[in-house]
Design a protein around this ligand. Structure first.
Ligand code: BG6
Length: 471
């Protein structure tokens, strides 16, 4: 059977530092916001202290990547290993660790694909500057990015500045807004942090282009495809605005160097316009992303939502799937089945997302996250995760259809390479192709056990996507 996927298609898998590495304070690593948040839940679930212990097992884990046939591995560098306090001394042991990982990947013909910041801002920057609210953090990030480009850029050619900026700004805990209760103040802080992250993104894009020969860099977007709950025109508009406020305001800023009109109107009317310097414009407009990485899990519905005296225009309710008064109210799609953790399963939404992003920006796309979180069961040394195979198969098929539609795709990396620390459910919710033998309260032997999805995905890679049905 002939494959629709290009010959150099990057079949891979993904992870992130705080979710997989463990060794949270070893070899000089500093504390991150992700560590801090995870320790608050240590009494109910696994935390970042050990996670999947990739730090001590990377050799064996990369051998498994090789066995799987991976062409790329998308992972993140922990800023706090490279610069423990965010903007001070460089920690050589952190650089040594990632050199070992990168070299081992390259020896095995696996292209390293690095995210610089995946939810794990150095906690010291929170204490010093309230994190992303300050421009000091922007320049600290630029310095950190430049250190990584200098140290690893001879071998790492694919980069992402931030993972899902458009999602973390919705979740107060992830952007270290802990005490504040006043919604308007929270929104103001959020808008400033979001803008500062855009500026940091642009500085990293420009530095990558200057410092990394043949380097390519682009954002990882938490994708959103929103269906109108009814065919009423106001609900259709609500669905469009939900995608605008969840995704396009940010991608437009990365692409055009300025926020779109509807977003400026929101910032103005809500009275939360961030501080911007005139000279930022040149930086923002000059930074051209090379690709867009798409993280895709699910879709939602929206309907119109009126504002009133108690809920002024632009005020929100909810976090990741927030509703916004005056624009949209979110809900689940009654026509779709959901995972056991409540995420709608919608492969055709992926085809829509890929077409939309490609048509808007005409940049190559790569999936850097897509997967099914489930409560896997280990039975006689095997994990029969047919449900995951079905999920991945239907989504890879959606990529094939998008390619037929004319979308340029560079690769596909499911989330996740192995079971790792899921943000809200620890090790109860698993995404991996490989089972990590530990539970939330017992680290057991941390043995790596290949799931049925591992063997299936190996055949997919070997056949360049032609053998999707071969279990
Ligand atoms: C993505 C994140 O948004 O979703 C990952 O980039 C995360 O870090 C993944 O693990 C799945 O979400 P969760 O909450 O199930 O871990």
């Amino acid at each position: 059977m002939k494959s629709i996927f290009p010959d150099n298609f990057l079949w891979g898998a993904s992870s992130s530092a705080f979710q997989i590495e463990g060794a949270y304070n070893e070899d000089g690593k500093g504390l991150s916001v992700a560590d801090f948040n995870s320790f608050k839940k240590s009494h109910i679930q696994a935390d970042t202290r050990i996670a999947a212990d990739f730090y001590h097992n990377f050799d064996e884990d990369i051998n498994l990547m090789k066995e799987l046939g991976m062409k790329t591995y998308r992972f993140s560098i922990a800023w706090t290993r490279i610069i423990p306090d965010g903007d001070g001394e460089i920690n050589q042991k952190g650089i040594d660790f990632y050199n070992k990982v990168i070299n081992k990947l390259i020896e095995n013909n696996i292209e390293p694909f690095v995210t610089l910041y995946h939810f794990d801002l150095p906690f010291a920057l929170v204490k010093k500057y309230n994190g992303w609210e300050s421009r000091e953090t922007v320049f600290a990030f630029e310095r950190y990015a430049k250190i990584c480009f200098k140290e690893f850029g001879d071998r790492v050619k694919l980069w992402q500045p931030h993972n899902e900026q458009n999602l973390i700004v919705r979740v107060e805990e992830r952007i270290n807004i802990y005490e504040e209760k006043d919604q308007l103040k929270i929104d103001k802080m959020r808008a400033q942090m979001d803008y500062n992250m855009c500026l940091a993104h642009a500085l990293a894009v420009n530095a990558c282009h200057e410092m990394v020969e043949n380097g390519k860099i682009g954002p990882a977007v938490s994708s959103s495809v929103t269906y109108p709950l009814t065919s009423k025109p106001e609900d259709v508009y609500a669905a469009r605005m939900n995608d605008n406020f969840k995704v396009y305001y940010m991608l437009d800023m990365h692409h055009y160097g300025e926020y779109p009109g509807y977003y400026m109107k929101y910032l103005n009317e809500r009275g939360i316009m961030p501080y911007m310097e005139e000279s930022d414009k040149t930086i923002l407009k000059s930074a051209k992303m090379d690709f867009i990485a798409v993280n895709y899990y699910r879709t939602n519905c929206a309907e119109a939502l009126e504002s009133d005296d108690e809920h002024p225009f632009g005020s929100r309710e909810g976090t990741v799937d927030f509703s916004m008064y005056g624009l949209f109210k979110m809900s689940m799609n009654p026509n779709l089945k959901a995972s056991e953790y409540g995420a709608s399963i919608d492969p055709s939404g992926l085809r829509v997302a890929l077409n939309e992003y490609y048509q808007r920006y005409h940049l190559p796309l790569i999936i850097t996250e897509n997967g099914l979180g489930a409560h896997d069961t280990l039975e006689n040394g095997r994990v029969h995760d047919d449900y995951r195979i079905d999920y991945l198969k239907s989504h890879i098929n959606a990529c094939a259809l998008a390619i037929e539609d004319g979308v340029e795709m560079m690769g596909y990396c499911p989330w996740s390479f192995m079971d790792l620390l899921s943000s809200a459910q620890g090790f109860r919710k698993r995404y991996g192709l490989i089972y990590t033998n530990r539970t939330d309260d017992d680290i057991l032997d941390l043995k790596r056990i290949k799931k049925d999805s591992f063997y299936w995905y190996k055949k997919v890679i070997d056949s360049n996507g032609a053998l999707l049905d071969d279990k």
